[in-house]
Design a protein around this ligand. Structure first.
Ligand SMILES: C[S@@+](CC[C@H](N)C(=O)[O-])C[C@H]1O[C@@H](n2cnc3c(N)ncnc32)[C@H](O)[C@@H]1O
Length: 423
């Protein structure tokens, strides 16, 4: 599959078409990394985000999608669509301007059927009310850190089985900076052709110098509220510690690796809008971080499934629900409107700290959600086969929950552009 598409890309280039990567996020950068490894240099990125347009990412210009709407564009450009949630609508957009599937553009999922998440830390330092990891339900899933040697074996297997994988994420439920070997892991993966993204609550004062020196491709920072309100939903966290760590990370990035992408995800709830949101947006402007205001949701689909089956939500999740901007019912109603579409989470293989592989990355409880106990001992084709016929998927689709996270990704993009337009 990969060889075929690399050939397609070379054809596009040899026909005089210039290659553009649609979306300059982690997936787009991962694709760029793999292309460069193979001697293919794209002409730039396309991105809908107005704040990225006109800038350079990994030394390539970021252009607006309007360049593709000009007459003759389909003869000039070959597009690689590299986004996780928006592939279908971008493909529709391209086709409306004369780009033909597999001739004028190729989608990320054809080029790269799988993504990987490696949970290097099965532990979190906080107990956010919208997430099961740090609370009492966290006991249902083994906690612990992945060893560096084990991580190296995981990377080797991914490279062997999926050579087009150019980027992975090193988190799902836990806090990756708690793993002291994280910098070495990031460096090792990079030296072996894979870029790493991490996401952190920045409430643990890790060795940030070593971390940034290892050059993660992207650092996401998660936060919800400021001052005393910060800990309402980043439960157990401390705003002063967080802000000091943000300052430290910003200074180290400036000194060591200014090209490192930093995106701050601000989880929106009823109680942290207005002044608090603006304060964090200002912080992002000051440090040149991307600001992503995202309406919070209950991130463990076990909760959403339980709700659909008429069960009472766990207490913490109920407290979070009470302050959500977009209620479960509304999210589910919108998900039902897209029920016929596929599931994006199915393309992600989540390898847990204990090497077990989850059937679905969005469900937390391991019961009925473990497709193998040992990633290293199970061929990826076997993992695919087991995941595709899992009962969990059948149940999830019955309630259209497979579209639930995608709905929030779409709403988040709308909210972000609206906020940017107003500020
Ligand atoms: C569960 S966190 C674990 C990683 C890390 N500890 C952190 O805080 O970023 C994984 C991702 O979920 C996102 N997230 C957490 N709670 C959320 C919520 N209620 N709504 C939307 N996204 C959320 C975070 O922004 C983060 O990127």
């Amino acid at each position: 599959m990969m060889a075929l598409y690399l050939e397609l890309l070379r054809c596009g280039a040899s026909e005089g078409k210039r290659i553009l990567i649609y979306a300059a996020g982690s997936q787009g950068r991962g694709v760029l990394h793999v292309l460069r490894e193979r001697g293919i240099e794209p002409a730039g990125f396309i991105d809908r985000n107005p704040t990225l347009q006109g800038r350079f990412v990994a030394d390539l210009p970021v252009l607006s999608p309007t360049v593709l709407t000009k007459p003759g564009s389909a003869d000039r450009y070959f597009i690689i669509v590299a986004t996780f949630f928006f592939e279908r609508e971008i493909a529709d957009f391209l086709e409306s301007y004369g780009f033909e599937r597999d001739v004028g553009y190729v989608t990320y999922s054809r080029l790269k059927p799988r993504d990987y998440a490696v949970e290097v830390s099965g532990v979190c330092n906080l107990h956010c009310i919208s997430c099961p990891r740090g609370g009492p339900r966290g006991q249902h899933r083994p906690a612990g850190m992945m060893d560096l040697d084990v991580f190296k074996k995981v990377i080797a297997k991914i490279r062997r089985e999926d050579p087009f994988v150019g980027n992975i994420q090193l988190y799902q439920w836990g806090e990756p900076t708690l793993n002291r070997k994280l910098p070495e892991m990031i460096r090792y993966a990079r030296e072996n052709g894979i870029l790493c993204s991490i996401s952190s609550n920045l409430n643990y004062s890790a060795d940030f110098r070593a971390l940034i020196d290892a050059r993660p491709e992207c650092l996401r920072i998660s936060v919800s509220g400021t001052g005393d309100d910060y800990a309402v939903t980043h439960t157990g966290g401390n705003w002063t510690v967080f802000s000091a760590n943000v300052e430290r990370v910003a200074a180290l990035r400036r000194d060591i690796c200014p090209e490192m992408k930093v995106e701050l995800y601000y989880h929106l709830y009823k109680h942290n809008l207005g002044v608090q949101q603006d304060q964090v947006a200002d912080m992002c402007r000051r440090f040149d971080f991307e600001f992503h205001p995202v309406p919070a949701y209950l991130i463990s689909l076990d909760d959403v499934m339980g709700y659909c089956e008429g069960k009472t939500l766990p207490k913490a999740a109920q407290r979070a629900r009470d302050i959500l901007l977009i209620d479960i019912d509304e999210g589910l109603a919108r998900a039902r409107g897209e029920a016929s579409l596929g599931c994006e989470a199915l393309r992600v293989v989540l390898i847990n700290a204990d090497l077990s592989v989850s059937t679905c990355m969005m469900f937390f409880d391991p019961e009925f959600n473990t497709c193998t106990d040992n990633f290293l001992k199970t061929a990826i084709e076997e993992i695919d086969a087991r995941r595709k016929q899992a009962m969990l998927c059948i149940k999830c689709r019955k309630y259209s929950i497979h579209r639930y996270c995608g709905i929030f990704a779409k709403i988040s993009e709308e909210v972000r552009y609206q906020y940017e337009a107003q500020n």
